[in-house]
Ligand binder design. Structure first.
Ligand code: NAD
Ligand code: GLY
Length: 379
């Protein structure tokens, strides 16, 4: 087991990463001074997969356990479910000394994290992430919240967990497409913060390699590389969060690829492209823009595209994507100020920057060129 500390003074916490951690969760909570009554939030599938070992582990350490089950999927991230989870906790007798534990991916983590932030004005929160996206991104950093009819993640709070326990064994049942989405976030971390990580992925991600994680065969990940990706991502994101918890500066870098990606998701129709897939294409487009601006050497976007392809991620716009529609959505992005689009781009591979001086005509050129090479379904 390895441990990455997110340094936030009195609110610092460890992210524990390894195999076989789920059966030890109760003991791990105990050794980090956490106990009392626990409300475990999850969805029906994950309760079926991991509920029994988790409950046994918590009870073995003397913790009292109640469950709160929400529907699977993004629709669970809504305010009425926060109220329901709070009521479940209060009805179960959880007091201010108790804790809320999220067992699941980013949806469960965001929903239960926000519940922990508002229950009795804040109780302890523990994340047990079960998707790669949650292990490398959403379980670290304390962004919690739910969606509104007017947009994603508009209602929420910064509420850091007290402990994150990432058991890599839980990924064995994760659908390969979800695993690839997590790899999109790892590639993003390499692009914006760590050239060495990027170059390691470039060298080692090779689809079809034999691996002891059956589902990783299609993403070219060995068990060792998977563990390293989670550890390094948590270190990188943890350091950014430690320096800029509330996103007044460098934390914005984590949004690399997101302005293009969100617009693509919306234009394609929500659900067609998974978020991680849209972000992967967005990272490539952002690098193409960097090349056209003269920030990046020619070929950088191609390198990113190659790594994304090796992870099984799409690299081209979906067929029929209208570049003007994508640009129109980008101009409505919440980061637009006085009509100027603020974009996270690369200063170089391994370092990002935020710019607001990109001529719209250049963005259009990138989108038009990409739409000429759109995916005809041959990936
Ligand atoms: P998710 O939570 O929707 O999980 C994806 C699917 O995988 C679900 O159907 C889930 O039931 C299933 N699943 C989860 N673990 C499994 C396992 N081990 N085996 C089999 N199936 C499993 O998706 P996600 O990608 O983890 O999270 C996306 C959400 O995270 C979005 O709502 C996004 O806004 C949020 N997010 C938040 C942050 C943050 O910093 N708070 C960062 C990134 C994403
Ligand atoms: N996922 C972006 C952030 O945590 O800031």
């Amino acid at each position: 087991m390895s441990s990455v500390i997110v340094e936030l003074g009195a609110r610092s916490y460890p992210v524990l990463i390894g195999s076989g951690l789920l059966p030890q969760v109760g003991h791990l909570l105990h050794s980090h001074g956490l106990g009392g009554r626990v409300l475990v939030g999850t969805n029906p599938l994950l309760q079926r997969y991991f509920g029994a070992p988790l409950e046994a582990a918590l009870r073995a350490a003397g913790l009292e356990v109640s469950w709160h089950i929400v529907q699977a999927g993004e629709r669970a991230k809504r305010l009425s479910n926060v109220e329901a989870a709070c009521q479940a906790a209060i009805a179960a007798g959880l007091d201010r000394g108790g804790l809320v534990l999220a067992l699941g991916g980013g949806v469960i983590g965001d929903l239960l994290g926000f519940t922990a932030a508002v229950l009795y004005r804040g109780v302890s929160f523990v994340q047990v992430p079960t998707t790669l996206v949650a292990m490398v991104d959403s379980s670290v950093g304390g962004k919690t919240g739910v969606n509104s009819r007017l947009g994603k993640n508009l209602i929420g709070a910064f509420w850091q967990p007290s402990l994150v326990v990432a058991d890599l064994d839980t990924l064995r049942s994760l659908p390969a497409r979800e695993l690839r989405c997590g790899m999109g976030e790892v590639i993003k971390h390499g692009c914006i913060l760590d050239r060495q990580l990027f170059e390691r992925l470039e060298a080692e991600l090779q689809p079809g390699q034999p691996t002891d994680y059956p589902l990783t065969a299609r993403t070219g990940l060995s068990a060792e590389l998977l563990q390293n990706c989670v550890e390094r991502s948590c270190e990188l994101k943890g350091a950014v969060v430690a320096a800029d918890e509330r996103e007044s500066g460098q934390r914005a870098w984590l949004n690399f690829g997101h302005t293009f990606g969100h617009a693509l998701e919306q234009v394609a129709g929500y659900g067609k492209l998974h978020h991680g897939e849209a972000v992967a294409i967005g990272c490539i487009l952002a690098a193409q823009l960097g090349e056209r601006r003269g920030d990046l050497p020619a070929g950088t976007a191609g390198r990113i595209a190659k790594v994304c392809a090796a992870a099984g991620l799409p690299t081209r716009l979906p067929a029929g994507t209208d570049p003007e529609a994508v640009q129109a959505v980008m101009q409505r992005d919440k980061k637009v100020r006085d009509g100027r689009l603020r974009l996270v781009l690369l200063r170089s591979l391994g370092e990002a920057m935020v710019v607001d001086d990109t001529p719209p005509a250049l963005v259009r050129e990138v989108l038009v060129a990409a739409s000429r090479e759109a995916d005809d379904g041959d990936r």
